[in-house]
Design a protein. Structure first.
Length: 429
């Protein structure tokens, strides 16, 4: 906020004139204007403000260039009709904003329902995989078939961040890796059959961990050599379970090779380059990314932006470059879950990225004048004047901003159909 903003004074709405610079200290749902502060340029704006039910309004004399006061003209029928028409337009704009907010909420709820359904099925598969392997396969094939059908049916797809603290540890990683692997597979041009095999391999890549003791199911840098060796055995255990489930060879290869690295320094076989199955190269990369964002120890988590940066700067030799670069382009410079500072000094949370146009994500902006439950998701593609200055760590945010944006301690993703701002008006800021 500038010094001029701090010096703003109050004026009766009856005294407003064209040229006054005013501030609307109201929630977005209570007025139809695009911005909360602006210079009045036409009489219709004054008429609209007078219909908002307020008597006084903040204004800045320093930023105002008012026209001389005019003698009020007699009110006639035409003027009254115009005023009524303007009131109708105002109410229509408010209704449209309410409908947009409701639509955004429903889209998020839809993603979360699908994530929950996939998580529930994954837990069921894990529970019966050893005792009823073929029944487990059928359940896994069903949920992956649904996800692939939905993905193929969408011309453009967005990666959606889910609500704060959404998802549980036991299934979050598997569904995250499945979601991002399928999106990357689609980006790479895989057909429906290949996507189905990729999805099954991603969902079940860690299935061998069910054989391990609970304390060894999450990799820990403090493991001794015996514990590390036992942990790495989850790959071989997973292959045995996959065989019992009668999973396709391509799916078994993903489970067997999801810890292999392009430079030959992975495990268990130390495969390198082309020796690693194509689908396994995808899951290996996505598995690495999600482990950076959602490690066993939450204090070691990095932001999605940092996860991409670290992978490219320090680990790109570990992954197929023909897979890594499309993944980075798909996720965008600021993947969902990133906290950013805009070029106007405000802070925001990236909540959705269109995988076809990742450089202009959908964001939630902290605005003290807008209650959190009324905040609209803003499409940066529809706001050319707004840009991203930098990514920051959540703990760098002011406390009020942190509480408003609620940066995620666990990063949960699902996909949804991308919607263009020009069609849906998701561009107000």
């Amino acid at each position: 906020m500038t010094t001029q903003d701090h010096e703003a004074q109050f004026i009766d709405v009856s005294d407003l004139r064209i040229g006054h610079y005013v501030y609307l200290d109201l929630g977005w749902m209570r007025h139809p204007f695009t911005l909360n502060n602006f210079r009045i340029t036409e009489q219709e704006q004054i008429d609209t403000i007078r219909q908002l039910g307020i008597n006084r309004i903040r204004w800045s004399p320093e930023r105002s260039v008012p026209e001389p006061a005019r003698t009020a003209a007699p009110v006639d029928a035409a003027a009254a009709a115009k005023s009524a028409e303007q009131a109708a337009v105002t109410e229509t704009q408010r209704r449209q904003r309410r409908e947009l907010l409701d639509s955004q909420r429903k889209r998020l709820e839809s993603c979360e329902r699908q994530f929950t359904s996939a998580s529930r099925t994954y837990r069921q598969v894990i529970d019966i995989a050893q005792a009823q392997p073929e029944a487990a396969r059928l359940q896994a094939e069903q949920v992956i078939g649904q996800m692939v059908s939905q993905l193929i049916g969408q011309e453009e797809t967005a990666i959606r961040l889910l609500s704060e603290n959404f998802g549980e540890k036991s299934s979050l990683h598997a569904v995250n890796v499945t979601t991002l692997s399928l999106l990357l597979g689609k980006t790479l041009g895989l057909d429906a059959k290949q996507l189905g095999e990729l999805g099954l391999g991603a969902l079940l890549h860690d299935i061998g961990k069910i054989v391990l003791p609970e304390r060894l199911r999450w990799k820990d840098d403090k493991f001794n050599s015996a514990e590390r060796h036992l942990y790495e055995e989850h790959v071989a255990q997973g292959v045995e379970i996959a065989r019992a489930m009668r999973l396709p060879a391509a799916v078994q290869a993903v489970i067997a090779q999801h810890h292999e690295l392009a430079n030959g320094r992975g495990y268990p076989q130390r495969l390198a380059g082309e020796a690693i199955a194509p689908l396994a190269r995808i899951v290996s990369l996505v598995n690495h990314y999600d482990n950076l964002c959602n490690p066993a120890n939450p204090t070691q988590a990095v932001t999605p932006h940092e996860a991409l940066s670290l992978t490219f700067a320090q680990a790109k030799h570990q992954f197929d470059i023909e897979v890594l670069m499309p993944f980075i382009r798909m996720m965008g410079v600021y993947p969902p879950g990133s906290v950013i500072e805009l070029n106007d000094g405000r802070f925001a949370l990236v909540v959705s990225v269109n995988s076809s146009r990742p450089l202009r994500p959908h964001i939630l902006i902290h605005d003290v004048r807008v209650p959190r439950d009324e905040a609209l998701i803003v499409d940066l593609e529809a706001m050319p004047q707004l840009g991203i200055r930098r990514s920051i760590k959540p703990l760098q945010l002011p406390r009020a901003t942190f509480d408003y944006l609620s940066p995620r301690t666990r990063i949960c993703y699902f996909f949804e159909r991308a919607q263009l701002a020009s069609r849906h008006g998701e561009g107000e800021a």
